[in-house]
Design a protein. Sequence first.
Length: 154
Amino acid sequence: MRLTLHTDYALRTLIYLALRPERRVSIREIAEAHRISENHLVKVVHNLGRGGFVETTRGRGGGLRLARPPEAIVIGEVVRFTEEDMALVTCFQAPGEGGGCVLLNICRLQSLLGEALGAFLAVLDSRTLADLLPSQDRAAMATRLGLLAPAEPA
């Protein structure tokens, strides 16, 4: 399974915001830190706001921040919200113009793939945004994103 760029950017945005809880940040700041398209990120952030993951404030002193604590943002919930279609293959759809499969509901492949998808999502449901930011990695993550200056060699 391959997640969409939208989901990838959404997760990166949430990680960035979790590393900057002390202030609001701009979309441009996140885009520059991750070296990703600011235009695409605008759509991602809008969607995250609709989903209740991000709080956005316009105007002077505005910006983005997490709408909930990192411990309350379940990764599986984010993935389900940002992915438009969780069907792994077209056999999950009825036959027709968009593909689909004539063996729908009688082939065991659909059941097997459904079980695999369920296991994948169960793992994501067992983790929160806070789990992606262990204390021993936070400084390294912040440095790579340009939030901290690299440590001087001893």
